[in-house]
Design a protein around this ligand. Structure first.
Ligand code: RNT
Ligand code: ZN
Length: 417
């Protein structure tokens, strides 16, 4: 403990010499909420349709034992994760995680089916976000949902989505924290389509129906998530990037930028400030694509740092909702959650420890030599000491100590499932 404080004092001095206030950086970090993806705990199985295979062109690989089987287990796991991550955060639920004994289909879901989640979140002062589940359902078997040419299929999904935003609104109102309801549709063709326009026109009209009718925007923000391709929908995706950005800009919705949903050399760190020129708010799905949209656990790589820098250097973090979207079943699922969430926070901290004004000044003056020199030197500054101190003062394990707790939990809880 003493050595952590000592190291922090030295780090504080080092950063102060650059004009950076480490205490202020930590205060800011404390205000930033990360929305944890509930689906990391059970491989996107949910509770509504237990025997339904995962569809929609996404895939969870691995069969590490201990996946949550029911709502109690999932909540117990999330509690464990939250005890190992500093700060107050949010949980993002999918519709299939409704907690109910009723046999209810997606087009009949109501806020009351999520009452126990709201209660649970209230007790923990957590915020909740929401996602309609437009996959893993017989009505999505054709590969199309809301943009289907089949009127029956289309209306089913429109109804599900209409209800979803009301559930988001309910979360926001009950918890006093705006919810983000994120709409992602797997719709697309495996092979080359003849008509690239009609499905997009149908999706646009369907979304107009979904968003028709009053909703309290103070409590719920609607976001739409684009994607370049999915497994089984390699040639054409209805909800492309242009589609979603255009729709959001024209209709005052938010875009959701998922790090794995673009061509391999495109990065969302560059899209963040661009999209926010044309929309008020933004949702992120921070993920790590490895060769494809593989949803690997988020690590502290260059792109994660660049995402954090895009948010912090610009102040756009204020208009951005940071959500995570990875699902790894090949390692301990609790560890996966903890690693990814802590990394997101660490990257934000590193960005908060930059002398942003001084760097911007160098850039404006055209001193690119000093800009490069400083950016490189900053990489070796003692941010780790600041992070350790933060974890200690926030009452969560310092450095790798969290791993021992996960191991213990694995032995006591996960291995008995
Ligand atoms: C799929 C999208 C979507 C899902 C979650 C489960 O490619 O990224 O966000 O991962 O809704
Ligand atoms: Zn996503």
């Amino acid at each position: 403990m003493d050595s952590i404080i000592k190291a922090y004092e030295l780090a504080k001095e080092a950063y102060a010499s650059l004009g950076v206030d480490t205490n202020a950086a930590l205060e800011k970090l404390k205000q930033i909420k990360i929305s944890l993806q509930c689906w990391q705990g059970d491989d996107i199985a949910g509770f509504l349709f237990k025997d339904q295979a995962l569809s929609g062109g996404i895939q969870v690989t691995g069969n590490y034992p201990g996946a949550a089987q029911n709502v109690e287990q999932l909540r117990q796991d999330i509690d464990k994760v939250l005890s190992l991550v500093p700060g107050k955060h949010k949980l993002s639920l999918h519709a299939i995680y409704a907690d109910t004994d009723e046999k209810v289909d997606l087009d009949a879901l109501e806020p009351r089916h999520f009452e126990s989640w709201v209660q649970w979140a209230k007790e923990r002062e957590l915020g909740l976000d929401f996602n309609p589940t437009c996959f893993s359902h017989p009505m999505a078997d054709s590969g199309f949902t809301i943009s289907s040419a089949d009127e029956r299929v289309r209306s089913f999904w429109i109804e599900h989505c209409r209800r979803s935003r009301l559930i988001g609104e309910y979360f926001g109102r009950e918890l006093g924290q705006k919810a983000v309801t994120n709409f992602w549709f797997p719709d697309g063709y495996k092979d080359i389509p003849v008509d690239r326009e009609a499905p997009r026109r149908r999706m646009k009209e369907a979304l107009d129906q979904v968003f028709a009718g009053p909703i309290d925007e103070e409590h719920n923000l609607n976001a739409i998530e684009s994607k370049v391709f999915g497994i089984g929908a390699e040639s054409y995706t209805v909800g492309s990037s242009e589609f979603c950005l255009g729709y959001a800009a024209q209709n005052h919705k938010a875009v959701c930028l998922d790090a794995g949903h673009f061509h391999p050399t495109e990065v969302i760190s560059d899209k963040i400030p661009t999209v926010l020129l044309y929309t008020d708010e933004l949702l992120l799905h921070v993920s790590r694509p490895v060769r494809w949209d593989s949803d690997h656990v988020v690590i502290m790589d260059d792109e994660l740092l660049a995402i954090a820098q895009s948010l912090i250097r610009t102040g756009l973090v204020e208009r951005t909702h940071i959500g995570l979207d990875f699902f790894d079943a090949s390692i301990n699922r609790i560890a996966a959650w903890v690693i990814g969430t802590r990394n997101m926070l660490k990257a934000l901290l590193r960005a908060l420890l930059e002398p942003v004004d001084a760097l911007k000044k160098l850039e404006l003056e055209g001193d690119y030599t000093a800009r490069l020199a400083m950016l490189e030197e900053l990489k070796m500054y003692p941010f780790a000491a600041v992070w350790d101190y933060y974890c200690m003062t926030m009452g969560v394990p310092v450095r790798e100590k969290w791993l021992a707790e996960v191991r213990q939990y694995e032995q006591d809880v996960l291995s008995r499932r």
